[in-house]
Write a protein that binds this ligand. Structure first.
Ligand code: PAF
Length: 290
C-alpha cells in the first residue's frame, strides 16, 4: 500500500502544492473522475503514474452534466473507499473541489464543442457534453496537467475532450485508457451498480453484439447490414430500449456510409441501450486491414 495521497479541496491549495512540484521540474498526470471508482478508473490512474512524475485524480460529481430528473442526487458517492483505491494505485494528490470551487457564484462561462456534442449520446442527453466540456476545461485550468487520461469506455467524451484541447491550444496530451471489462465482457461503469440480479446476466449482450459487428465490418460486410443485425441482437436479448448502434468516423463521430468500409479504414462502433432504468453504453474500434 502506498502513502495516503494529499487531499486538496480548494484551488488555492492545489496551485500551491502543484507549483512546488513544477518548480522541481516534475511532470503532472491527471485523471478526472466522479468517484465510485472501479478497476477501470484505477487502470487510468496507473497509466498516468506510468507516464508522469506526479499523479492527481479529481473526484467531483458535476451537476452541469446531469439533466433534471437524472441521477445527480443518487449518483453513488463513496469518497473513503475511492481515496483508499487511489492510494493503492500510487496517486499523489486527490482533488475534491466543492460545487462553489468549480462554479464560483455568478459564473457565466461555459465551454461547448459544437457538432460532435450533438451526435450519438448528444441526441439523447443534449446537456451532457456541454457539461462535460465545461467541467473538464475548468479542471484542466485548475490542474494544468502535462498529460490527462480518459477512458475509451466513454469514447464520444474522449474524442470531444481531444477536440477541445486541440481547438483551444491547451497543450495537454490526452491519452485514452482501454475499456476495462468484467469476465463476461460487460464494460465497467459506476452505473453498473444499478443493475438488478435479473438484468446483470443480459448486460453483456451489448459488448458481444459490438464485437461481432466489428468482426463483420472488418470482413467486408456492408455497414448497414452489420448494424441492423447488432440492433436486432440487443433488442432480442430483452433490452427495454435501444438508443443507437452506430459506426462512425473517430475524428468527426459522423455516421459511416452503409456499404463495406474501404481497406485500411479505422473506425468505431458505439451503442447505448437501456435495461430498466439503467442506460449502458459501450464501443469498439475496428481496422479493416489491407
Ligand atoms: O467520465 C466522467 O466520469 C465524467 O464525465 C468526467 C470526465 C469526470 C467529467 O465530469
Amino acid at each position: 500500500m502506498n502513502n495516503r495521497p494529499h487531499l486538496v479541496r480548494t484551488l488555492d491549495e492545489l496551485r500551491l502544492r502543484l507549483s512546488n512540484h513544477r518548480r522541481s521540474g516534475k511532470t503532472i498526470g491527471f485523471v478526472a473522475t466522479m468517484g465510485a471508482l472501479h478497476d477501470g478508473h484505477i487502470s487510468l490512474v496507473k497509466l498516468a503514474t506510468d507516464r508522469a512524475d506526479i499523479t492527481i485524480a479529481s473526484i467531483f460529481v458535476n451537476p452541469a452534466q446531469f439533466a433534471p430528473g437524472e441521477d445527480l442526487d443518487t449518483y453513488p458517492r463513496t469518497e473513503d473507499a475511492d481515496i483508499a483505491k487511489l492510494a493503492a494505485a500510487g496517486c499523489d494528490i486527490v482533488y475534491l473541489p466543492s460545487v462553489e470551487e468549480m462554479y464560483p457564484v455568478g459564473s457565466l462561462t461555459r465551454v461547448r464543442v459544437d457538432a460532435m456534442s450533438d451526435l450519438l449520446d448528444g441526441i439523447y442527453r443534449p446537456h451532457f457534453f456541454y457539461g462535460v466540456a465545461t467541467v473538464v476545461a475548468r479542471l484542466f485550468i485548475h490542474v494544468s496537467p502535462d498529460i490527462a487520461v480518459f477512458g475509451e469506455k466513454d469514447y464520444q467524451q474522449l474524442q470531444i475532450i481531444r477536440r477541445m484541447v486541440r481547438d483551444l491550444g491547451m497543450g495537454i496530451e490526452v491519452l485514452g485508457g482501454e475499456t476495462y471489462r468484467d469476465r463476461d465482457g460487460l464494460a465497467q461503469s459506476s452505473r453498473n451498480l444499478y443493475l438488478t440480479e435479473d438484468q446483470r446476466p443480459r448486460a453483456n449482450v451489448i459488448s458481444a453484439a459490438l464485437h461481432r459487428a466489428a468482426i463483420r465490418i472488418v470482413a467486408g460486410v456492408a455497414v448497414s447490414e452489420v448494424l441492423e443485425e447488432a440492433r436486432a441482437r440487443i433488442i432480442a436479448a430483452g433490452f427495454d430500449k435501444l438508443d443507437y448502434v452506430s459506426a462512425v468516423d473517430p475524428a468527426t463521430l459522423e455516421d459511416l456510409a452503409g456499404g463495406p468500409v474501404p481497406m485500411g479504414y479505422e473506425g468505431r462502433i458505439l451503442a447505448a441501450a437501456w435495461l430498466g432504468k439503467t442506460r449502458l453504453i459501450d464501443n469498439m474500434g475496428f481496422v479493416r486491414a489491407g
